[in-house]
Design a protein around this ligand. Structure first.
Ligand SMILES: [Zn+2]
Length: 491
């Protein structure tokens, strides 16, 4: 924890050096140095993924993933300097410290704790002759854009080919919540996309507003249809996804003048269990249609009340894919340059496209911008081993006076999303720059995952902490159960 690795900074690089040193000190990797290494990201920050493989006799492989970056220290305020120090006392948390059951500090539960447990397992099993293989994989940038895990798809594909690895399961020991004595394990991870709605209105002088279309007013009506709408909420058994929430809304004017704005754009996060981007796009289209209808109705009433005549004009809806095609057909598609300011640059790119094809306006454009996390559900990938694992993990936890609180999806969004292959159809809806937003298509299999680690509290807050016994006993016993059941036993 004391070795800084703030997400999306070059301190991650230094941490990777430390981590590799720990791995190289293990006898196994002194004898087999070729099984441990870095995967360079070439991202300008010199960050790398770190991997270490214990090669068994068979192909079956368990992947122990973790991320080595931590979120910023902003939550610590004037206590920033103490953030990595688990020994320091603070009045507010004194009671918890005095229980002697918790270890505090940034990264304690999210997730240097889980990583440490995996390192201990790596060391232990490097001294045992194994049937299957154990792959330790520590990725960078999880807390920002998941650049590390997206690159790791390439590493997984290459290692599989080089050493004939068959990935049977992955464990991601992010902090687990406790529901009374229930230790939460998620056999899958929720999907998340960032939808952007762009309204191209008709600019007019403010004295003749009935001739124009104000994109701000239009977008308001559309947002009203989408935000918190139950039509975007997925459910499976007792689990529900969060409804869409808007987190960005701008018009295109950056100066004041006496006319309506030409464009306005807004984006929202949409979570999904099963839906593809295509399905979400068509639901968004229905909402936009309704928003446009309400816009016209309201304008007619308002203008009439103001003794003005409203000129109703057709507003067409296009997906980003459709807009791109129109630009391509007219040989005017602008070059896409998206770096990490996806929201801002994405909306400017749509405007650049619209400038080239003014005859399709007024209109509404539906697009998706990075980052995109596809949903993953382990039982859909391997029903048998998922059910078996749940039973065995419950058994293990019961011996520690706990039980398994099984859920289908980790709702906090995780790197687990990238253990499945991308749906090529989905990618056509996604506005991304191949040079900046890395996606690999070489992974040959989807890898089921369980997100389950030590009991942790207050992640991302200054009172972040990990339960010591959860870290030293529960978490390793979960991973060991997976090794026993998935690698050592014949199925
Ligand atoms: Zn985490």
């Amino acid at each position: 924890m004391q070795t800084e690795s703030l997400t999306h900074t070059d301190s991650e690089h230094d941490f990777e050096e430390e981590l590799m040193k720990i791995i190289q000190e293990m006898d196994y990797f002194k004898v087999h140095p070729q099984y441990a290494g870095f995967q360079e990201l070439h991202d300008g920050l010199s960050r790398r993924n770190v991997y270490a493989l214990i090669k068994g006799k068979e192909n079956k492989t368990l992947v122990m993933i973790n991320h080595h970056d931590v979120v910023s220290l902003d939550a610590y305020g004037h206590l920033k300097d103490m953030a990595y120090d688990s020994e320091r006392k603070d009045e507010e948390i004194l009671k918890d410290i005095e229980s002697n059951e918790w270890l505090f500090g940034r990264g304690s539960c999210d997730m240097k704790g889980g990583m440490a447990a995996e390192l201990a397992i790596l060391e232990k099993y490097s001294q045992i002759s194994m049937k299957g293989n154990l792959l330790f994989l520590s990725v960078c940038d999880e807390e920002t854009y998941s650049l590390g895990m997206r690159h790791a798809q390439t590493l997984l594909a290459e290692l599989a080919e080089m050493y004939n690895l068959e990935y049977v399961y992955a464990v991601n020991p992010e902090p687990s919540a406790h529901i009374r004595q229930g230790h939460v394990a998620s056999f899958g991870s929720i999907g998340k996309c960032l939808a952007m709605i762009h309204a191209a209105g008709i600019p007019s002088h403010i004295s003749s507003i009935e001739k124009g279309i104000n994109p701000i007013t239009l977008l308001n009506e559309i947002i009203r249809q989408i935000e918190y709408s139950e039509d975007f909420v997925d459910h499976l058994q007792k689990e529900f996804s969060t409804p869409p929430v808007f987190n960005y809304y701008r018009d295109s004017k950056d100066y004041y003048d006496y006319s309506l704005a030409h464009y306005a754009s807004a984006s929202c996060s949409i979570m999904m269990f099963q839906k593809s981007l295509a399905e979400i796009a068509s639901e968004l289209k229905r909402k936009c249609e309704k928003g446009i209808q309400y816009y016209h109705e309201r304008m007619e009433i308002k203008m009439k009340a103001c003794s003005r005549k409203y000129e109703k004009r057709k507003i067409t809806i296009y997906t980003f894919d459709e807009l791109k095609k129109i630009c391509e057909e007219n040989h005017v598609l602008p070059e896409l340059k998206l770096d990490e300011k996806f929201l801002f640059e994405g909306s400017r790119y749509i405007e650049a496209c619209l400038e080239k094809v003014p005859w399709i306006q007024p209109c509404v454009i539906i697009s998706f911008i990075p980052p995109y996390y596809p949903p993953i559900l382990s039982r859909d990938i391997n029903y048998g081993s998922t059910q078996h694992l749940a039973t065995c993990l419950d058994h293990t936890l019961r011996s520690q006076n706990l039980h398994l609180e099984k859920e289908n999806y980790f709702k906090g969004v995780s790197d687990g999303s990238y253990l499945r292959r991308f749906d090529h159809q989905d990618l056509t809806y996604l506005m991304y720059d191949e040079k900046e937003y890395y996606l690999d298509k070489r992974l040959k299999q989807d890898i089921p995952v369980v997100v389950c680690g030590p009991w942790g509290k207050d992640l991302h807050l200054r009172t972040e902490r990990v339960h010591i016994s959860g870290l030293c006993h529960t978490c390793p016993s979960i991973i060991e159960t997976m090794i026993q059941e998935l690698l050592e036993h014949e199925k």
